[in-house]
Write a protein that binds this ligand. Sequence first.
Ligand SMILES: [Fe+2]
Length: 250
Amino acid sequence: MNRSLEPRAVEAWEIQAGRIDPYYVKVLTRVLAAHAMTQKMAATGYRRTLDTIADPSLRALAERNHARERLHVRAVYRMLEELGVTERAAERTLLSAWRSPSFEAARFFAEQAQGEVDLLMAGLSLETTGLLVLGINYVDSSYAPHARLAQSELEEKAANDQVFSDLLADAAARFGLQAVGERLIRWLPMAANFFGPAGSGFTNECLRLGLKRKDNQELAELYLSMVARRCACAGLNMPRLTGAYPRRLA
Ligand SMILES: [Fe+2]
């Protein structure tokens, strides 16, 4: 896939001045809407876990993440506003995607997650996937404000991912291997589906327009190899998944 636009090629004022193809703006809007929505669900999920977690250090972690995600959501909606897109209009672009498997993990976190092990799983599912998307796709976006936002969030995101990674490595002692293993079976297919189908038309357009850099399949495989390493460190069995989206237990 040849990209037609280099990283950080487009600024907001160029869109405002009508210098950019409306099709580019349309695809960009959907990318930003999905980015905002995922973080909104993450914020809701972290808030939700606070009601079901007693451990003070884990509560502090959930609170920190809740506050951070809320800031991120606002930053992305501000970016959309610059393009003349309201939060509501942005959400409307996701109507059909919303029930798809790629939002399953975020939806589950926001609507059903309970307790400490689910917080740990949300870390592995939302933070690690988020880190990959931010660090690989968005940081080199052709839309300069999105690339700058990703760059500014990246260090913090990586540190946060490390916190969850350390927590997982300690899972046997803190939560018990069986409890974590059972939850991993529930969460892992949803987390892997976050990246969406291989070679989707929308993603191909994102690649062509420089709004993403890697295909969904490649990111999903990278993600699963990271999780496999972390599971091995923690003494957890990595659940076997089917190879194609939507991934399920094999
Ligand atoms: Fe975020």
